[in-house]
Design a binder for this molecule. Structure first.
Ligand code: MN
Length: 513
């Protein structure tokens, strides 16, 4: 009989803390809906006291999500907890997550608090949180560098104060599996009544061990794993949800555990996180990387053709990677289009569908084969519904071996048409210079990259742009069969998101778990 492991997704909180990953409220809602569909047990939706935007995101997600617990993070400060309680008021299954550091390094060098103070604050905070919900989680931040005796004392105190879940984070990604096994084992042995609570692990990937450490924690008795989609997160990121889930599923013979995750939703969720954070997934990334299921060596290919089991330990279909890459074309009808969109995880409203289908037909006129990546690009902006200050109306570019590259651009800014032209080192430079001039933006271009979304010279070029102004970053994707147009779209998209973010994401991350 397999035991259940609870999946606590913190993509929206810890994942979002990664430099440049900040999401808007609308983006967070879209992701929360997908996480619910994925079947995670807990969605950590944000850190309500850290900003208005985070508060709103937690509040809206709590109001809407019914199929998963919705969790808000707090320091032990009572005002933090009240704010989280407020944000979670309408949740079907709320959880308040309180954390404080327990390592001497943090106590002495950062907090300037004694162990006694931390102990007392934690107990008061947990009791305070219990006034809002019985479902209180407590985290000993930097647990893996905490004196083991003090860790036992803190977990005991948290349990007695009424925490239902107690989390043991490897905040700095320092532990190794053998050591972590020892830490969890000791808590299981020495904390009185430990079986009344769920022990949780939260591992960072600074040494590339986040997943291994998490699994070691589970083997030693933890029953909740905190993780993020694609392993996004601060620095080297968090334990990757898809790797934890697929390791448990693929090695059920050794790891007798099960999760509630619908693994076929892993790939659509991974794609969505990629789009929302602007972080590409490395091709060799386990489970969701582009090459994760590609067999290139002759002997492997030969084996896979004879029988997949020779070199394939899990199937691409089991994680939701569509078996048939080439999907639609000019002759595809409404029905085929709708079905494919559903397979990709998009539930479009009737209105969104009409627009998406119109765009699909327009694209199919220019491009013979329409791939999944093309389809996603068609609908992302509709699904997200970010208010747009800038619209691209017209772009004309001259470039070549004998001319000085020039762009003329017409934009609509808050509904007013403006136009201008500039020369540049190349057509993209000329286009960006013109847009910069028209919008008067001070944003710095941090990243510009072009990818062919799919094969063939008629492929859509996908351009990714990341910009920054006064510490606020935003990224934009643009796709088009003409890469200059794609570049302009990506840049304008990034500018729109930056505008929106400047107003909605005044982020203050006081500390981080
Ligand atoms: Mn963390």
């Amino acid at each position: 009989m397999s035991e259940r492991v609870y999946i606590f997704d913190t993509t929206l909180r810890d994942g979002e803390q990664a430099a440049g990953a900040a999401m808007t409220v609308e983006e967070k809602l879209v992701l929360a809906r997908q996480l619910e569909k994925l079947g995670v047990d807990v969605i950590e939706a944000g850190f309500p006291v850290s900003s208005e935007g985070d508060f709103e995101a937690v509040r809206k997600i709590a109001e809407e999500v019914r199929g998963a617990e919705v969790c808000g993070l707090c320091r032990t400060t009572l005002a933090d907890i009240d704010r989280a309680g407020e944000a979670l008021k309408k949740a079907a299954h709320p959880r308040i997550h309180v954390f404080i550091s327990t390592s001497d390094i943090h106590l002495q060098k950062q907090l300037g608090k004694s162990r006694e103070q931390v102990h007392e604050e934690a107990v008061l905070a947990i009791r305070h949180a219990r006034r809002y919900t019985e479902n209180v989680e407590f985290s000993c931040m930097d647990a893996t560098r905490t004196d083991p005796d003090f860790l036992v004392a803190m977990v005991t105190a948290a349990l007695e104060a009424g925490a239902r879940v107690i989390n043991i984070p490897d905040t700095v990604g320092y532990t190794v599996p053998m050591e972590f096994t020892g830490i969890i084992t000791r808590l299981k042995q020495e904390v009185p009544g430990i079986d009344r609570v769920i022990l949780s692990v939260h591992c960072h990937n600074d040494l590339g061990l986040a997943v291994a450490n998490s699994l070691a924690g589970v083997m030693a008795g933890a029953r909740q794993v905190e993780c993020t989609v694609n392993g996004v997160g601060e620095r080297a990121g968090n334990a990757a949800l898809e790797e934890i889930v697929m390791a448990l599923r693929t090695r059920r013979d050794k790891l007798h555990f099960e999760t509630r995750v619908q693994t076929e939703q892993i790939y659509p969720t991974s794609r969505l996180v990629r789009k929302l954070t602007g972080f590409v997934v490395q091709p060799n990334k386990a489970v969701v990387g582009q090459n994760a299921f590609s067999h290139m060596s002759g002997i492997h290919q030969d084996g896979v053709l004879k029988d997949k089991v020779t070199y394939e330990i899990m199937t691409p279909e089991s994680v939701g990677i569509p078996g048939n890459r080439l999907v639609l074309g000019k002759l595809s009808g409404r029905h085929a289009f709708k079905k494919r969109m559903e397979e990709l995880g998009f539930d479009l409203s009737d209105e969104q569908f009409v627009t998406a289908f119109r765009r699909f037909k327009a694209l199919a006129d220019k491009k013979k084969e329409i791939f999944d990546e093309d389809l996603e690009t068609l609908v992302m902006d509709q699904v997200l519904q970010i208010p747009r200050k800038y619209h691209l109306k017209y772009l004309n570019v001259t470039a070549g071996t004998e001319v000085m590259p020039a762009a003329s651009v017409q934009l609509e800014i808050d509904g007013n048409p403006v136009r201008d032209a500039e020369f540049g080192d190349g057509p993209v430079d000329a286009t960006f210079k013109t847009i910069t001039k028209l919008t008067g933006t001070r944003a710095k271009l941090l990243l510009y990259s072009v990818n062919a979304i799919t094969g063939g010279t008629d492929a859509q070029g996908e351009v990714r742009v990341r910009i920054e102004e006064d510490g606020v970053q935003a990224s934009g994707f643009g796709a088009h069969t003409d890469i200059i147009v794609a570049s302009a779209k990506a840049y304008i998209e990034a500018l729109n998101r930056l505008e929106y973010r400047k107003q909605n994401l005044v982020k203050v991350v006081p500390e981080s778990l």
